[in-house]
Design a protein around this ligand. Structure first.
Ligand SMILES: NC(=O)c1ccc[n+]([C@@H]2O[C@H](COP(=O)([O-])OP(=O)(O)OC[C@H]3O[C@@H](n4cnc5c(N)ncnc54)[C@H](OP(=O)(O)O)[C@@H]3O)[C@@H](O)[C@H]2O)c1
Length: 331
């Protein structure tokens, strides 16, 4: 079935609403919803509130009020069918008199799935749109793999170096790319670095806009066995785990679904070898060093048969730099 234009427009508004709340909903997904009245006009839009608050469908229904009666709901994720901290969204849609539901992605979470089936059994017309929603991808992958989705982020020269051979380094990318990194950090559940980076750079790992901290800060995690200074750890609110599996397990159990590994090169290579990297954000500066310290500290010889290939999902220019976003094949 070709998607009617008013449904496509409602989905675009639902996606935009979901993007606004990305990073505020874990362990729940950031979902967006739009309600059309019986004449096809968009009369309500909503997105998932922080845990314990209403889900997207309930927000959109509240926005629409009585105009939802006989109308259509367009949702980025299949309406949930279980009672957790809030009631099932499938029931809320039915109770509001919604007659058609379009959803972009199915819910793989066994406890919540089944909303589409529930609605269909109640006589509601249900359509699966099968549209990939980038802001939902980390959550979907986390739920399927039962660990947080991992994005590896690095900044490099065009020839793949993070620093010069003598170790001297300064910001490789410009102000626009760095501002983008900070906004992105504010949307993640946790940021992870190795003890090497913690000791060398003493980073704050906060999400800032100029001198101002973003209202929402990610958890700050250091991985490795070396002591990085209890005083410093406590002062900055860092958590430390001996290895990547321990960190991912603890973060998953505490509700993190979307985490960023920010290096350095030894930890980045370890995460790739463990096959836990789902996405890559490569901030590439139009600059060359000729020789230098690679973005990956790879411990052994390689053969072309071992090449790790990813799929490009987005490319954008940030002033003079380029951000290439990639994901593992099949995600
Ligand atoms: N350009 C960029 O994007 C970027 C980003 C971040 C950092 N950097 C630079 O990178 C440099 C630091 O990098 P680095 O490579 O020395 O250190 P690193 O990658 O930050 O940390 C390495 C440490 O990670 C720990 N680790 C935990 N699990 C591991 C595993 N499975 N395999 C290997 N290590 C594991 C080990 O800690 P223990 O030895 O304590 O057990 C290891 O020594 C700094 O100069 C920093 O400025 C650049």
């Amino acid at each position: 079935m070709t998607t009617p234009p008013e449904i496509a427009e409602a989905l675009a508004q639902a996606i935009a609403a979901a993007a606004e709340v990305r990073g505020t909903t874990s362990p729940n997904p950031a979902v967006g919803a739009a309600i059309l009245d019986s004449a096809g006009a968009i009369v309500g839009v909503g997105a998932t509130q922080p845990p314990g608050g209403p889900h997207a469908e309930v927000m959109a229904l509240a926005d629409a009020g009585a105009r939802a009666q006989g109308g259509t709901a367009v949702v980025t994720l299949e309406p949930c069918n279980h009672t957790g901290r809030t009631g099932p969204c499938s029931q809320a849609l039915f109770d509001a008199g919604i007659q058609r539901v379009f959803y972009a992605q199915a819910d793989p979470f066994p406890a919540a799935a089944g909303g589409a089936e529930f609605l269909a059994l109640k006589g509601v017309e249900v359509h699966f749109l099968d549209v990939k929603i980038p802001t939902l991808q980390p959550w979907l992958n986390a739920v399927k793999s039962e660990r947080p989705n991992v994005t590896l982020k690095f900044a490099s020269t065009l020839d793949g170096f993070a620093a010069a051979t003598d170790g001297s380094s300064q910001w490789i990318t410009g102000a626009a790319a760095r501002a983008f990194v900070h906004e992105d950090r504010s949307r993640r559940d946790a940021i992870i670095v190795g003890t090497g980076t913690a000791l060398a750079d003493n980073p704050s790992l906060t999400a800032r806009s100029g001198d101002r901290l973003y209202p929402r800060q990610p958890r700050r995690v250091v991985v490795g066995k070396r002591e990085i200074g209890a005083g410093n750890l406590q002062r900055l609110g860092f958590e430390q785990y001996p290895g990547i599996p321990e960190a991912l397990k603890a973060l998953w159990e505490e509700g993190c679904r979307d985490v960023l590994i920010e290096g350095g090169p030894t930890l980045a290579a370890a995460a790739l070898r463990m096959d836990v990297v789902d996405n890559i954000q490569a901030y590439v500066a139009p600059a060359l060093l000729g020789a230098g310290r690679s973005i990956l500290n790879w411990p052994q010889e390689t053969s072309i048969s071992e090449i790790m290939r990813f799929e490009t999902s987005a490319v954008q220019q940030l002033d003079n730099d380029v951000l290439i976003e990639m994901q593992r094949k099949g995600l």
